[in-house]
Every structure is written in C-alpha cells, then in structure tokens.
Design a protein around this ligand. Structure first.
Ligand code: NAD
Length: 487
C-alpha cells in the first residue's frame, strides 16, 4: 500500500493517516464479459491484468474481448432492442433506470473504494464526486424516460437502436453512467467497452444491472483494449457510436466511420484556459486553479491546464498558488486526506515526464513543492511552469497530468486571443468580480463549457462537450438525450 507523503517543509500541520478500509471492496479474482444478462467467457480464452497504480500490484484479471465476443454482445443488444426492451413504454424503462441509480447509492462506498484502487484517484473524489454524480446521471435520465414528448415537443422521437460506447480511464464509472443512462432512457440498447486500465467499476455496474432485473441483452459490457474498442465502433450492426477518449483515437474513429450512416458523438481532449482578472477574489481563484488542474491528478479532459493571470496580480497569485501547493498531500489514493493520488498507468507517467522535460527544454521555469513521493507505484508532484511561451508544447498539447503552464496578459482582447489559440475547445474558466465583463469574456471563448468564478463543476442537467479538436456532440441534459434519438 502506498504511503502518504511527508512534506519536507510544512506550513500547516501533519494529518494522521486515515486510510479507507478495503473490507467493503468485494473484488473477484477474475471477471468475464457481461453479455445477454450472463457472465460470458472470452472466446479466445484470454484474460489481462488490471493493477493498482499506487502499488503496481495486480488487483484482478478481466476478459480480453475479441471480434467474436463483440459480435455476440451486439447480437444480444439487437435481440433485446427488437424484443422486450424495444416494446417497453418509457414509464417502465424509467423504473429500471431509477433502480440502477438507487443500487449505486446503496453500494456507493464499495464503488468509491474500487474506483480509487483501480484508477488511482483520491478516495475523497471518488466518494464525493464520481459515485454520487454517476447515480445522479441515472436519476436524471430516469426522470425523462416517460416524458420524451415534453423534452422535445412537437417532434416524433424514436430510439436509434444499438449503441456502441467506448470510454476512457479518468472517470470510469461516471463515463459509463454518462453513456448508459441516456441510451436506456431513450429506448436504445448498449454495448459498452471500458478502458483497459480501469475496467472494474463498469463490471461492478454490470452486477447492479443484473440485480436490477433489467431485461437481458439491454446492457452488455465487453472488456479489452483498443482492438476491442475498434471492434465495437466498427461493428456493422451498431447504429450509434459514443466515444470518449483522446483526439488521436477520435480522429481514427471518425475516419473509419466516414462512409457509414452511424450516428456519432466524440468527446475528446482539451487544453482549458483558466483566466484570472485583476479584480477577481484571489484566494477563491487560487482554490479554483488548484481544483482546475490538480483535481484527479490532472487526468481531466477539461482540466484548467493553461493559467492566464493579469499582470498586476501575477506576483500575488503565484505566491499564494505556490504556498497552497506546498500543503498538498500526494500519496495513498485510499487515504481520506490525500489531494493527489497515483498517475493511472506507467505509460501515462512516462508521457507526463516527457512533457516536464520538453517544458524545461523550451526555457520555462518549473516549480514543484518539496514532497517525498512513495517509492512504488506511479507518482507526479504538482507542477507549475512559468515563463512559458505560447508556442511551447506544454501550452499547446494536452498533458493529462498535474502540470500547469502560466502566462500573463494585460488586456482582455489579448487574453481572449491567447486562450483561443489552441487546437482544442472543450472548457475554460474566468475569475472576475464584474458580471458584465465575465459574460463578455465567456461569450468570446471557443469552449463548450465556460465556468465563471468556479471550475470543474458538473451537473447531469447541463450539456457537456467541445468545439474544434475536442470533438462534437453533447452529453448531459436534453442535448445528451437528443444524441440517442431519431427525430
Ligand atoms: P484513448 O483514446 O487512448 O482511449 C479511450 C478508449 O478508447 C479506451 O477504452 C481505449 O481502449 C479505446 N480505444 C483505443 N483505441 C481505439 C480504437 N482504435 N478504436 C476504438 N476504441 C479505441 O484515451 P485515454 O488515454 O483512455 O483517455 C484520455 C483521453 O480522453 C484524454 O485525451 C481526455 O481528454 C479524453 N477525455 C475526454 C472527455 C470529454 O468529455 N471530452 C472526458 C474524459 C476523457
């Protein structure tokens, strides 16, 4: 088990370790696919390990999905769509979705522990953000299942059929909820492929789906890596593809589906600007910066990884930010005091380290607070780069780690131009005392989500999605339901 770091220089007080007990984490040694309401062995007989990124130790092993497994899952989803589920009214569908939401709530602690164990995120986040939000997505969408004619008045709405859904590792359960809940509310059936490094909470969700009595074949979960994901999205009997992941894979999928009539939504990478104006409440803004980039180790598509500070308050912001960084606890994801958990995989840690080197090579100044990182597992201290240039790779490319690049600005037009100068357009934040100025700036930013005087806030009723290379389509709210409907 990874230990919490002891800070060399403490400006506060040390917290006693408060590790979450593993007693409630009921994890099998091996998991098969969940197809047609049953646990189904992989056709090739192969399994792969899922490991704890905080220790490098194996947690369990899961089935490696082949084309044949995916085909079996799609056939089950099609049969359910043509059968009981397709004929069921919205009111009945809604009851099942409510049941799933309530079962997630009942097993919330178990889900939070497994999410932190498999993915490396601090238990505080899985417990207070991921799991409650996942349940809320099921509750929210359950409410619409029998009211689609009110959601989309004067429209004839119909489900699309079988949805093939592929999700990443940064919010494993939450992404599964974002995908499955609206698909079921609108009467579709599902084949979901979780990320290869974080399959466990999707498989635990399959247990809940089993317990909820959902008709067989409505939700099928096939595990595996990129090839299994490609088999899902390219299967000829899949009507709708919903993908969340990197821009590189999103582009591959878009190319491979170009000549098909499949409906597609792509939720891809980001490089969000977090803009601090001189009249902002600085202490609050510094908390927002920390939440924006260090939350979930920066493994957040909408992370505020580019900070823009108005010159007149730059010294104050940087002094307060560095002081705040010194108090952050990096270590055991299962400890309730931990702020920054483990980096999800060795490969991702290597990527982050490459960017740390690239930033320094480009002449930027790197700051990391003094902290002893645990010796086993994958760790990265919170990092901030100053004196960065707009063209530097650490400003232009998504790092997906706890790494912030800071730039200054003098005028509002200047910061809008700089903020929009990336290939991405997923999210942004603005900190400012004056509402009219805040709205003037937010309206000029090329970003699907813009937060005002806050950051990284999510709500099932609010649509989420990007512009430019951050993808297209929206998830959440009525927009998220519309993506699963023909109308
Ligand atoms: P990734 O693209 O490598 O993998 C995402 C998923 O796609 C995984 O399940 C993977 O197995 C699968 N996959 C890989 N190759 C595939 C292929 N050729 N065809 C089909 N599926 C394939 O991304 P990742 O590293 O797991 O996740 C991090 C990325 O996800 C970041 O870029 C992040 O910004 C993005 N993300 C975006 C959002 C959003 O809402 N916009 C949310 C979360 C994460």
């Amino acid at each position: 088990m990874a230990k919490q770091t002891k800070k060399k220089k403490s400006i506060g007080w040390e917290y006693a370790p408060a590790p979450e007990s593993l007693a409630q984490a009921n994890i099998a040694k091996r998991y098969d696919h969940f197809i047609d309401g049953k646990w189904s062995k992989p056709s090739g007989g192969e399994y792969f390990r899922t490991t704890n990124p905080a220790s490098g130790k194996k947690i369990s092993e899961v089935a490696l999905g082949s084309n044949a497994d995916v085909d079996k899952a799609v056939k089950a989803a099609r049969a359910a769509y043509n059968g009981a589920w397709g004929k069921m009214g919205g009111r009945e569908r809604g009851k099942y979705i409510y049941r799933i939401a309530r079962l997630i709530q009942e097993r919330a602690r178990e889900f939070a522990i497994i999410e932190s164990l498999d993915g490396g995120k601090p238990i505080r986040e899985s417990r207070d953000v991921d799991v409650p939000l996942a349940a809320n997505h099921f509750f929210y969408n359950a409410g619409w299942a029998d009211k689609l004619e009110y959601a989309f008045p004067n429209r004839q709405v119909a489900p699309l059929g079988v949805a093939g859904q592929v999700i990443p590792w940064n919010f494993p359960l939450l992404m599964a909820a974002w995908k499955i809940a609206p698909a079921l509310a609108t009467g579709n059936t599902v084949v979901l492929k979780p990320a290869e490094t974080t399959p466990l909470t999707s498989l635990k969700l399959a247990e809940i789906i089993e317990d909820s009595g959902l008709p067989k074949g409505v939700v099928n979960i096939v595990t595996g890596a990129g090839e299994t994901g490609a088999a899902v999205v390219n299967h000829e009997d899949v009507d709708k593809v919903a993908f969340t992941g990197s821009t590189a894979v999103g582009k591959l999928i878009q190319r491979s589906l170009a000549n098909t009539d499949k409906r597609i939504t792509l939720e891809l990478g980001g490089k969000a600007a977090n803009i601090i104006l001189e009249d902002a409440a600085i202490d609050q803004a510094v908390e927002g910066i920390v939440n924006g980039i260090y939350f979930n180790q920066g493994h957040v598509c909408c992370a505020g990884s580019r900070l823009f500070v108005q010159e007149s308050v730059y010294d104050e912001v940087m002094w307060k930010l560095k002081r705040r960084m010194e108090t952050m606890i990096v270590g055991d994801p299962l400890d309730k005091n931990t702020d920054i958990g483990a980096i999800n995989s060795r490969e991702q840690l290597r990527t982050i380290k490459r960017y740390l080197k690239a930033g320094q090579k480009d002449g930027a100044e790197m700051y990391q607070p003094a902290c002893d990182l645990p010796s086993n597992g994958n760790w990265c201290a919170p990092t901030v780069f100053t004196n960065v240039s707009q063209s530097s790779r650490i400003v232009q490319e998504e790092i997906f780690g706890p790494v912030l690049a800071v730039q200054t600005f003098r005028t509002v037009p200047e910061v809008i131009e700089k903020a929009n100068n990336t290939p991405y357009g997923l999210s942004a934040g603005v900190w400012c005392d004056k509402g009219s100025r805040l709205f003037q700036i937010t309206g000029s930013l090329d970003a699907g989500v813009v937060w005002g005087n806050t950051f990284n806030q999510f709500d099932p009723a609010s649509p989420f999605g990007g512009f430019k290379e951050s993808g297209y389509g929206r998830e959440g709210g009525l927009h998220g339901l519309a993506a699963y409907l023909d109308m």
